[in-house]
Ligand binder design. Structure first.
Ligand SMILES: Cc1cc2nc3c(=O)[nH]c(=O)nc-3n(C[C@H](O)[C@H](O)[C@H](O)COP(=O)(O)OP(=O)(O)OC[C@H]3O[C@@H](n4cnc5c(N)ncnc54)[C@H](O)[C@@H]3O)c2cc1C
Length: 417
């Protein structure tokens, strides 16, 4: 296994960098595996890694129709946090954050984890009460949360217009252990570590059909032929319903677009993550210097990976009202991802009506931070054929049973989560 270290970098520098080997093998499909994971984004690769690392199941294939990490994993704004209200969610996301904190050591790969703090601003008494309630709920689950006043916000991000006439800032809820990680490196790091444990990562291999015999999964049809396995896990984000349609059961998931933007590179300007919920805007600065920012969904169903100018204009306007100094910046690029939105804003990591078919899905616009936790729980569910207590609530049945996990309190509207 190729190991990265400061010594290795120095040694390769002296040898003209001729000793590096590929970060993962370009595997060819075998006729049969113990487990197939569909989707080579962070969640699929993490599932394969934890199957091999924690459960010793190494005869695993990850099937990706394109190149790994080019779905939502390579398109998000890289924010990592565990500041959720509901205990089912905050315990799961805290487990994920703890995995993030040791991820570079576990993977042997630099994912550029940066715990620079995430602050959610509030602008009126009702929002302040909601922030206090959320912070208290987090602390009850052993998660760090701090309420900061206006001066606290000023100290964290002096550019915020505290006296904005429409949305004057009263303070914020801060999670200091939140921050960012480099999204591509997360896919590459999981691929590297899974490959080193024997997992086959098979790119340019689209799943076009599921082989279901007597109510149980037997394998998949792909553009590179039939591959058999008694267990199959879905980790395909916005394409989940196209796969479950093949399996013949409906899902409460809508596919929506979410855009993000990056500015020209600047010297350090914003050294934490700031979110402005009232205006639909959030921002951080990448290590390269670009300001990375985004807002809400475009508001219509699509598989296209680009959004509308109308939503772009809304995001820029919201950003300018929170940080007027942004008006002097030029935006460099914009793109969109295909989000798997659930009615209550919470995910699914569960068994499905088809025996041996499992899924991790419904990550809405917050699944990057879930990557290690989702992979860990999905791997557990596949290996043991039952959920871990951390994902026991993330079932498909919760809507029928009246146990929806309505994190935002918006009710059952995918477009409102
Ligand atoms: C603009 C934007 C900003 C975001 N910001 C954040 C953020 O700051 N923090 C956060 O926590 N989350 C954020 N998210 C959400 C986050 O990116 C996703 O929830 C998460 O990356 C989903 O990972 P995944 O591995 O499930 O999906 P993906 O990375 O999309 O991987 C799914 C893979 O499945 C493959 N696939 C699909 N169909 C098939 C098939 N039939 N056969 C084989 N392969 C198939 C796709 O090609 C894709 O590579 C953001 C998303 C977007 C779009």
């Amino acid at each position: 296994m190729l190991r990265y270290s400061a010594f290795r970098i120095a040694a390769e520098g002296l040898r003209g960098n001729r000793g590096w080997t590929p970060t993962w093998r370009k595997a060819k499909p075998k006729p049969r595996y113990d487990v197939i994971v569909i989707g080579g984004g962070g969640h699929g690769l993490a599932t394969a890694f934890y199957l091999a690392e924690v459960h010793g199941i190494r005869n695993v294939a990850v099937l990706e129709r394109g190149l790994i990490g080019q779905g939502n994993t390579g398109r998000n704004t890289t924010i990592v946090r565990s500041n959720y209200l509901l205990p089912e969610n905050n315990r799961f996301y805290e487990h994920s954050l703890k995995l993030w904190e040791g991820l570079e050591q576990s993977l042997g790969y630099n994912v550029m984890m940066s715990q620079r703090g995430v602050v959610n601003l509030f602008h009126n008494d009702a929002q302040r009460n909601a922030a206090i309630r959320r912070g208290n709920s987090m602390r009850l689950s052993g998660i760090d949360a701090e309420l900061v006043d206006r001066e606290g916000v000023r100290a964290l991000c002096p550019l915020v217009d505290l006296d904005n006439s429409r949305y004057p800032v009263m303070g914020g809820l801060l999670q200091r252990r939140g921050g960012t990680a480099r999204h591509d490196a997360v896919a590459w790091g999981f691929a590297h570590a899974a490959d080193a444990r024997g997992v086959d990562i098979i790119e340019h291999c689209e799943v076009t059909g599921l082989l279901i015999e007597g109510g149980a999964i037997g394998g998949v049809q792909t553009t590179r032929g039939e591959i058999r396995a008694p267990k199959v896990g879905l980790a395909v984000a916005g394409h989940t319903t196209t796969l479950t349609d093949m399996a013949g059961f409906p899902l409460p998931i809508e596919t929506h677009l979410l855009q993000a933007f990056v500015s020209e590179g600047l010297k350090p300007l914003i050294d934490c993550v700031v979110t402005f919920g009232a205006g639909h805007f959030y921002i951080s600065q990448s290590d390269k210097g670009g300001l990375v920012f985004g807002g809400g969904l475009d508001g219509y169903n699509s598989y296209g990976q680009r959004g509308t100018l109308r939503e772009a204009e809304h995001v820029f306007a919201a950003g300018l009202s929170m940080i007027p100094a942004l008006g002097r910046l030029r935006a460099l690029r914009s793109w969109a991802g295909v989000m798997d939105m659930t009615p209550d804003g919470s995910p699914f990591i569960c068994k499905t009506p088809v025996h041996g078919l499992y899924m991790t899905a419904g990550w809405c616009y917050g699944g990057f931070k879930a990557t290690p936790g989702s992979g860990w729980c999905h791997a557990w569910t596949i290996a043991k054929d039952e959920p871990h207590p951390l994902n026991a609530a993330f079932t498909l049945e919760r809507f029928r049973e009246g146990r929806a996990l309505d994190e935002r309190g918006n009710g059952p509207y995918p477009w409102a989560q």
